[in-house]
Design a protein around this ligand. Structure first.
Ligand code: FAD
Length: 516
């Protein structure tokens, strides 16, 4: 099967769906998405979306907080675009029908989150991503000449004389298909599933980073992974996120004796940056040899259930009452700051290929992302990428009449690596506490799998969907581990136990790399 369109959008999260209105009406749009339309990191985002819309708040204050969280590596121009354009995009969402929570006086209800200097987080109860996704999806589906194909797992990009002209994908029936387009947007989200402990849903295996890297695009900052401190730690339950907004409203981390412990490790206490809270939880847990809990016992139970209905329901399903019980929590991989290197309009280093959202890296988050900045990033940079794609097509880009796309061979292949083992090793050796020995061990385990993958692709072996999942874990895992071994300092989400200090003399720089 060969499909042709003007704009190919890969993914159906906030970045993809905010790009669509920019290109719809200017040509045929095809959206390919791996699972159901709502699967991805946008839907489960409970906490909210940061923008300087409150009284007394300013884009400059939002920029200062973003840059402080980024620990010296934010791209100042990207931050400026994010915070200056943010309020406009929020107003637009409201005009499109997103129902953010409001205070009794009708003003937007703004939450406080860690490392923000003002109340600036808009929310829709604790299902903010789902509410935004609902509105963007409804809007995109009504736009002219927009087609969607779900359960379409994009595997690799199609290049013609160095330009990206489409992608190959596996349909839900396991058949190969090709989608050719004048411009292509990668909006495939994050890579949390590279780790055994993660808040990310099943689809978040970093496929976009892996395929862009294999196609020769530059990737950058991949050593910077954010670990969220408070995932639900109940045996047999998914690592459901207990949003930071809980601590923003007064929830406290306590040890097994019920003592609050955060100030023992961090002056900012429960609202210290995520990586610091995550490491403090591990240290306290090691010190006491006991789990760590989140306690909301000091808050009004009616308020807790009303403000956090989704999280209350999840806890109930795990046999816990959010308002009364101590909730066992621990860190999990949450967000990848690095990704496919782009400029401020989503252009990657491959002509015709754009990227936006979590898969992309503009440098807006530096070494660590400020809470609630990524939904905003998806909106702002998704729209900018869509705009740039439209302008590029208006400039007369044409699709070649014949593109050699039959790159899949006939001989089947099987990767020998065990993906579960690899994700366990990533968690153990490339997680919260890193050092040279662990990183070297991880790379030594990943290297044979990478070499096998590389040679199987060179021989045009046919892999099945499960092996493509493993291929992404191997490719992205190796990039994260390699970047982490190279960076001999600690900064933002990257902590080296053998180099515990930030080293601005040698490492106040971002490192970009391409497949050689
Ligand atoms: C539990 C959780 C809570 C969060 N809470 C917040 C929050 O409160 N505030 C905030 O700002 N951020 C939050 N984040 C981060 C934020 O939600 C994400 O960074 C953001 O939604 C990413 O949007 P996106 O459009 O880039 O990707 P996604 O929303 O992840 O969408 C990616 C899309 O690409 C598709 N896809 C992936 N691979 C392929 C492939 N091979 N072929 C075809 N399609 C593919 C997926 O199916 C999906 O449709 C949270 C993340 C998680 C996991």
């Amino acid at each position: 099967m060969e499909l042709r369109s003007d704009f190919l959008i890969i993914g159906s999260g906030i970045a993809a769906l905010r790009a669509v209105p920019e290109v719809a009406g200017h040509g045929d749009v095809l959206i390919l998405t791996k699972g159901g339309p709502e699967e991805g990191n946008t839907g489960p985002a409970p906490g909210g979306l940061a923008a300087a819309v409150g009284p007394g708040d300013t884009p400059q204050a939002h920029a200062a907080d973003t840059i402080a969280a980024g620990d010296g590596l934010c791209d100042a121009r990207a931050v400026e675009v994010l915070v200056e354009d943010g309020p406009r995009f929020v107003r637009e969402l409201i005009s499109w029908g997103v129902r953010f929570d409001r205070a009794p006086n009708g003003e937007l209800a703004l939450a406080m989150e860690a490392a923000h200097s003002a109340r600036r987080v808009l929310h829709a109860h604790d299902a903010t991503g789902r509410e935004i996704g609902r509105v963007l999806w409804e809007r995109a589906s009504r736009l002219p000449r927009v087609r969607t194909q779900d359960h379409a797992r994009v595997i690799d990009l199609v290049l013609d004389q160095g330009r990206c002209v489409g992608a190959r994908f596996l349909t839900g029936n396991g058949e190969w298909a090709t989608a050719l387009a004048r411009t292509v947007l990668l909006a495939t989200g994050g890579a949390g599933q590279v780790y055994h402990e993660t808040t990310n849903p099943h689809v978040a295996t970093g496929d976009g980073i892996a395929m862009a890297y294999r196609a020769g695009a530059a990737v950058i900052d991949l050593e910077f992974v954010q670990f969220h401190p408070t995932a639900l730690m109940v045996e047999g339950q998914p690592r459901f996120l207990l949003s930071e907004a809980l601590r923003g409203e007064g929830a406290q981390l306590v040890n097994a004796s019920g003592e609050p412990f955060m100030t023992r490790y961090e002056a900012a206490g429960d609202l210290a940056p995520r990586d610091r809270v995550s490491r403090a939880i591990v240290r306290e847990s090691r010190r006491t040899n006991q789990p760590v809990y989140l306690s909301l016992a000091q808050l009004d139970p009616d308020f807790v259930h009303q403000r956090f209905p989704l999280i209350s329901g999840m806890c109930r399903r795990a046999g816990l009452d959010l308002a009364r019980d101590r909730i066992p929590v621990g860190p999990a991989a949450h967000y990848v700051m690095g990704g496919v290197q782009t400029d401020l309009d989503g252009r990657t280093t491959i002509p015709g290929l754009f990227a936006a959202g979590e898969v992309a890296c503009t440098g807006v988050h530096g070494a660590n992302r400020l809470a609630s900045n990524s939904l905003l990033e998806g909106l702002v940079f998704g729209a900018r990428a869509g705009c740039a794609m439209r302008e590029e097509c208006a400039g007369g880009v044409t699709l070649p009449s014949h593109v050699p796309t039959a790159s899949s061979g006939t001989k089947a292949g099987r990767l020998t690596a065990d993906p579960i083992e690899l994700t366990r090793m990533m968690w153990q050796d490339v997680g919260l506490f890193r050092d040279r020995d662990g990183l070297t061990r991880a790379l030594a385990a990943l290297e044979p799998a990478w070499k096998q993958l590389d040679s199987m692709l060179a021989e045009r072996r046919v892999l099945d969907a499960q092996d493509w999942r493993t291929a992404s874990i191997v490719t992205v895992g190796r990039l994260i581990a390699g970047g982490a071994l190279r960076r001999e300092e600690s900064r933002g989400g990257h902590y080296r136990a053998d180099f515990p200090d930030r080293d601005d003399v040698h490492w106040k720089k971002r490192v970009s790399e391409k497949k050689t």
